[in-house]
Write a protein that binds this ligand. Structure first.
Ligand code: ZN
Length: 124
């Protein structure tokens, strides 16, 4: 009976004899641009949103442009709107009703001159 296969030789030569790929020495990342490092400083807010506003346009001084203004009011869906939509949906299967009426929405007061948001009257 002859041996069909020769003795298995070591499948891989000794690793000590292999030329080992040396990792490339650490190179400095190329300086892509000759720009000085930029230090980012978070701006500190120097204003607060106005409080004690109603859902009607308010006569006040804009904290941004320092002008005396009457705010323009936008009604935006808020947490109260969503909760009322869930309630209306469960009770009456009319979950779209709160999204159709401003009484369920938050009132956002904007400055008509600089268009900044100056106050929010939240429903909850
Ligand atoms: Zn303004």
């Amino acid at each position: 009976m002859s041996k069909a296969y020769p003795d298995p030789s070591p499948p891989y030569p000794e690793l000590e004899h292999e030329p080992q790929a040396q990792p490339a020495p650490y190179a400095e990342p190329p300086q892509s641009y000759n720009q000085p490092p930029v230090t980012l400083i978070a701006p500190t807010p120097t204003y607060n949103l106005l409080t004690n506003v109603s859902r009607e346009p308010a006569y006040c001084v804009c904290p941004f442009c320092k002008e005396t203004i009457t705010t323009s009011v936008n009604f935006v869906n808020g947490t109260f709107t969503i909760l009322m939509a869930l309630l209306f949906g469960v009770l009456f299967l009319l979950c779209c009703i709160p999204f159709c009426f401003d009484v369920f929405k938050d009132a956002h007061h904007h400055c008509p001159r600089c268009n900044a948001l100056v106050a929010i009257d939240k429903r909850m």
